[in-house]
Design a protein around this ligand. Sequence first.
Ligand code: HAM
Length: 419
Amino acid sequence: MSSSAKPIKGMSDLFSPEVDVWQTLEFRAREVMRRFDFREVRTPIVEPVEVYMHSLGDSSEIVEKQMYAFETRGGTRVCLRPEGTAGVMRFVSGRLQEMRDARLYYAGPMFRAERPQAGRKRQFHQFGVESLGEASPLRDAETIALQAALFEAWELGEVSFQLNTRGSLEDFPRILEGLREELAPRREALCEECRRRLDANVLRILDCKVPGCREIVAGLPPITQWMAPESVGYFEEVRRALDTFGVEYTVNPLLVRGLDYYEHTIWEVTSEALGAQDAVSGGGRYVVHAGGKAIEGVGFGIGMERVVMALPEEVKAAFAREGLPLVSLVSLDDAARADNLTRMGRLRAAGHRVRMDLDGRSLKAQMKAASRHGARFAVVVGESEVAAGTVQLRDMETGEQREVAAGALADELAAAGGA
Ligand code: HAM
């Protein structure tokens, strides 16, 4: 491929058969959303930078390093959305009365200026959910159960739900101070990044991957010790509700999540089928400031590329085939072609997926094209079929061919799995 035919580094073109897998995932996701009564919202991909500055927190890695931000010709600072929650909150902030208990979902591309590697892209796609409303352990647990239902519908196989609490916003100063006191004497043993985090973002030290830092973190008391009893009780209620909903999870006391808007329940779902970037999704309860209002809710974002990577091969193959099989009409002469043109319209009206040669090519070329397009059936028509009012129906997988009355073709195809 010439370099001009390639997309920008860290971004991908999506085409068949992979895009067929995505469509099946999206179709099934919408079904699950309908059952849980969530509605789709489509917000712009470009937002004013303030939408993200005020909600994700200035010290979050995304705002600090990963936003594609630029100035429009009119001089407005805008950015490509790095995630979905903040834009959805901007949308909600204008209609808070009707949206106070809204249940929303979204799907689409997100952009982060990261160093591309397996499972980490600059343009990636999220399927996200936001369930609005005050802190309620039941709402948090229902949202986690929704995510489990999604993964089941996607036949994702082995995944692990890692759960933790960050405590309430009121607990934060105590937690941060407690952590700083514990860590300050070890400052020199921390990695350079964590030494900086000690002042700016001390919570993130808990999930640092550097071995020296991990060792120090392992000796820390759990952050629940700095939380009010109500916060600890809140988390216990979430866990009880998850048991009621039948969702399996592990409590991971070192999980903190990278965005500043979270409080109370947070979670991440990991898959062993992935490499270093093993988080298929992340979510939690949040307070986001938008349009001068503090909006509360709970939600999650799923990385679709990582879902596709984590899907078992046989499921992926089945998802790629899901949908209508293709019927290819093959014409031996002009009269047959005229016959097939009418037939194509009738079959499509009956719900079949049909294409035929429009270039007057030879029988051999038409059959070759039919298999190149992945046709499941070929319908071959020549002079004698036109005269007899029949067609030859060929199963492209088995090579079996039989004569069928033209009027019975639509039903025959349906019976054979054609629509
Ligand atoms: P996040 O953890 O930043 O959360 O992203 C969610 C998921 O998006 C990740 O678990 C991962 O699967 C995927 N992802 C993130 N960055 C990349 C990348 N560069 N390449 C490929 N996949 C990626 C959020 O975005 C929150 N808005 C989730 C949320 C919604 N919390 C509450 N509501």
